[in-house]
Design a protein around this ligand. Structure first.
Ligand SMILES: C[S@@+](CC[C@H](N)C(=O)[O-])C[C@H]1O[C@@H](n2cnc3c(N)ncnc32)[C@H](O)[C@@H]1O
Length: 218
C-alpha cells in the first residue's frame, strides 16, 4: 500500500462520524463496554497515541476540530497498537451532550485548550458554565475532568468556574499543581510552551453529587 492508501485505511478504522444527528453509540463503536476516556482538542495526537498504549483496557475518544490535525493524529496511530482509539472531527461547545450519552464517560482530558487571552475574546473560551453543565451530564458518577494550561490567567478562570459549582470538587488541595503525574504524557503544545519558558498548570476536578460538596466550598 502507498502512503495515501495507508492513511485512508487508518481513516476508515479510526474516524467516526455523527450519523443522522444521533447520539453516538460508543459501545457499538468500540465493540466493548470498557471505560471511556474523552480528549477534547487532541492536537497532533501525542496523548491519544501514547495513553491508549499505557491503558489498553480503556477506550479513548479524541475530538479535534481541524482536519489537518486529524491527519497528524492518524499518522501517529496504529490499527493494532491503538485499536482502543477513535477520532471525531467536531467543533466542541456546550452542546457536546447532544452527541455523547448521559453518564457514559469516565474521564475527560482537555490539554492546553486555546486560552483566548484578550478580554474581548474570553467569550470564545471553551471552559464556561454552560460547557461544564454539559460535561457533568456526560460524565459518570465520580468522573474526572483533567485540564492543563500554561496560561496563568486562564487557569484562574478555569478554577473559578469550577469553584462556582456544587457538582465538582478540586482533587488538588490548592486547586492546581505543577507536578506531573507519574504516567504524564507530554504533548506537542506543552513542549512548545516549555521551550518558551512557560510551565504547565495542572487541574483536576471530580464530579460529586451535589450534597457531597456542602461544607466543602471555599
Ligand atoms: C492549543 S492546541 C493544544 C493541542 C494539544 N492538546 C496539545 O497539547 O498539543 C488546542 C487544540 O484544540 C483544538 N480545538 C480548539 N477549539 C476546539 C473546539 N471547540 N473543538 C474541538 N477542538 C478544538 C485546536 O484545533 C487545537 O488542535
Amino acid at each position: 500500500m502507498n502512503k495515501e492508501e495507508v492513511l485512508q485505511q487508518k481513516k476508515d478504522f479510526f474516524e467516526i462520524k455523527i450519523e443522522d444527528d444521533k447520539v453516538l453509540n460508543l459501545e457499538k463503536i468500540f465493540e466493548n463496554k470498557h471505560p471511556i476516556y474523552l480528549e477534547i482538542g487532541s492536537g497532533k495526537g501525542e496523548f491519544l497515541s501514547k495513553k491508549s498504549v499505557q491503558m489498553k483496557e480503556f477506550n479513548f475518544l479524541g475530538i479535534e476540530l481541524k482536519k489537518r490535525r486529524i491527519v497528524n493524529i492518524l499518522k501517529k496511530l496504529d490499527i493494532v497498537d491503538n485499536k482502543n482509539v477513535r477520532l471525531l472531527r467536531l467543533y466542541v461547545d456546550h452542546k457536546i451532550n447532544q452527541w455523547i450519552k448521559k453518564d457514559s464517560i469516565d474521564h475527560i482530558y482537555i490539554i492546553h485548550p486555546d486560552p483566548w487571552p484578550k478580554r474581548r475574546h474570553h467569550k470564545n473560551r471553551l471552559i464556561q458554565q454552560a460547557f461544564i453543565d454539559s460535561l457533568t451530564k456526560i460524565l459518570k458518577a465520580d468522573g474526572i475532568v483533567q485540564i492543563s494550561t500554561d496560561h496563568t490567567e486562564y487557569s484562574k478562570w478555569i478554577i473559578n468556574n469550577f469553584k462556582q459549582r456544587n457538582d465538582f470538587i478540586s482533587v488538588y488541595e490548592n486547586h492546581f499543581t505543577q507536578e506531573r503525574e507519574e504516567d504524564h504524557i507530554t504533548t506537542f503544545f506543552e513542549t512548545t510552551k516549555m521551550k518558551e519558558g512557560f510551565n504547565p498548570i495542572f487541574m483536576k476536578f471530580k464530579k460529586v453529587n451535589n450534597t457531597k460538596k456542602e461544607g466543602n466550598c471555599d
